[in-house]
Design a protein around this ligand. Sequence first.
Ligand SMILES: [Zn+2]
Length: 430
Amino acid sequence: MNSMKAYRASILHFISEPTLDGGGVEFFDDGILLVEQGRVSALDSAEKLLPKIEQENIDLVDYSGQLIMPGFIDTHVHFPQINIIGSYGEKLLDWLNNYTFPAESKFSDQAYAQVVAEQFVQSLFSHGTTTAMVYCTVHPESVDAFFTTSSRYDACMLAGKVMMDRNCPENLQDTAVSSYEQSQALIDKWHKNGRSLYTVTPRFAPTSTPAQLAFAGKLLRENSGVYLQTHLSENVSEIEWVKSLYPDHENYLDVYDHYGLLSENSTFGHGIHLSDGELTRLSDTQSKIAFCPTSNLFLGSGLYDLARSEKFGVATSIATDVGAGTSLCQLQTLNEAYKVTQLQDYPLHSYQAFYWLTLANAKSLNIDDELGNFNTGKYADFIVLGSDSSSVFEYRYQLCQSLSEKLFLFMTMGDDRNIKHTYVHGECVY
Ligand SMILES: [Zn+2]
């Protein structure tokens, strides 16, 4: 038997930013994706590839009637918070104190962290996500647990140990020096180990002393290619708090800027209440914002202004932010993103939406040379979507006249029941 494998279905991916008339969209109603040693070997119509498949005796998996697309990418998610998703009633700062911190304190226990990591990674796959940028907890054990699990599937994941040395329970505090040393040890162990990428992770300015943020900047300077993730301007009380803790800085972003945390490898969660000056600085440094609509609505944080960020040339990725986000499913995230943009007279088009979940999110993390679409040689990280999630979905799906209509249905009514299979590095993981 040939070592190649072929998958037959309707197949969609984006070769560049799509236009509303379908520019940048590549779609085969009856297509074949050819995979060799975990990477894309070819993509074309079934008519063109079937003779080769018969001639070379290539194993064919038939998903006809279903839709294959690149795996979704989630650029902001907290793995320990899978335990508190759907907790009632708080805004950001009380949410942290009442739900997040108690949940995260359990992760000093490696065995416990391992069990949750397994559950979390499996859940990402069952929701169609093959790559994510992930907050672990302050405990190095949580990072070991996460990367041990994700690397067993050879998944491309970005993650790091939360750095937090004040304004949180004592059992969740590191120190500026210990956070530096532990992060460095984790970078040495995990960064570019297989497909794992280390992400320096100060939770946000209020839970770090200036000394700790300085160490975060030092980690970035000393380890080229590592990433940074943190939170920025999510909530009005949070911004006031940052002002009182860092009175000498011009604005919230300036705190991070001062310590050298802005770069093309930096992703800032939320960015809802930014000034023109902050947006300009984000754009100048090619820093990214992760838009987390289900979280922003759930915590009552505000409406992210996508059009304004675009005007300033700031790249925005899209993310779940579980556990304040209410679903690990990026289809549900698009559903809420659409409503947020509708409220601002800027309705999100379905081509733009699915480009976002795949190639655009890959670009925002600078990993689009390896994944995000089906260009030859990229990792075969892909999902199979079906329309049989519910009788209403199936009925409405049959009435759709065009690809963009079908995609729009997936992003409004879709959920994890539409995710039939998930493949990572050419292997079926769900
Ligand atoms: Zn978050």
